[in-house]
Ligand binder design. Structure first.
Ligand SMILES: Nc1ncnc2c1ncn2[C@@H]1O[C@H](COP(=O)(O)OP(=O)(O)O)[C@@H](O)[C@H]1O
Ligand SMILES: [Mg+2]
Length: 211
């Protein structure tokens, strides 16, 4: 079993959106997936309650319980656990990172978000867990490749010494719309551009995780 945490000390960077989409994508890829919601705001849980499909499974967990939840998941032969964490909670993010094989740190490519990422990169670097920054809510790529703001963000992020994921996720309404009735974008608009980006991101992480 592999564990992936979505961590960012800043709110609104896409932790819940990406956790949900990766968990769904992995279960569509025939893996047994558990989404663990440790954010007291419980947005992933609210999405899951609107959902008709049984998979991925979801549990809420806080504090010390997380270790037990992961142990139970391993006993139940889950292939992948995705942990959606809360912003502004370095203690819980740190506990989650400690228990993970891979941490993803989503950030928007805007300067205020890039400035704020230091707290999260420091946290994972101190722990020494494999980590990757994911650019989210980016302007979509154009014919000639990535928009300037995305390549500039990659450059600015290089000071943190963590890899920046090759797949950048664009700002697309479908990623929000799909969640309204408990779906993910692949189930909502299977051949759309957002679904393709999520699929590419999942494939890349699947390889990182050795799944
Ligand atoms: N790539 C994206 N395209 C469009 N909307 C997005 C994207 N990523 C996040 N959002 C929207 O931004 C808001 C914050 O995202 P969310 O996943 O809740 O962030 P976090 O969990 O980090 O606080 C939500 O309204 C979500 O629908
Ligand atoms: Mg969230």
């Amino acid at each position: 079993m592999k564990t992936l945490s979505m961590i960012a000390q800043k709110g609104g960077t896409g932790k819940t959106t990406l956790s949900i989409h990766l968990a769904v994508q992995a279960s569509l890829d025939s893996l047994k997936v558990l989404l663990v919601d440790i954010d007291p705001q419980a947005s992933a849980t609210a999405w899951w309650r609107r959902r008709r499909e049984a998979e991925p499974a979801l549990v809420q967990s806080r504090g010390k319980k997380l270790e037990q939840v992961l142990k139970a998941a391993a006993d139940q032969d889950y292939d992948l656990v995705v942990i959606d964490t809360a912003p502004h909670s370095s203690h819980e993010s740190s506990a989650s990172a400690h228990l993970s094989d891979q941490v993803c740190i989503p950030t928007r490519p805007a300067i205020l978000d890039l400035d704020a990422i230091g707290a999260s990169t420091e946290l994972v670097s101190d722990i020494g867990v494999a980590a990757m920054i994911i650019l989210n809510s980016c302007p979509p790529p154009h014919l000639f490749g990535e928009p300037h703001i995305v390549s500039e963000a990659r450059q600015a992020l290089s000071v943190y010494g963590l890899p920046v994921c090759d797949v950048a996720i664009s700002q697309r309404a479908a990623l929000g719309h799909a969640l309204i009735d408990g779906r993910a974008v692949t189930e909502f608009e299977r051949k759309g551009k957002a679904a393709r980006e999520i699929d590419r991101l999942w494939r890349l992480l699947k390889e990182e995780l050795g799944l």
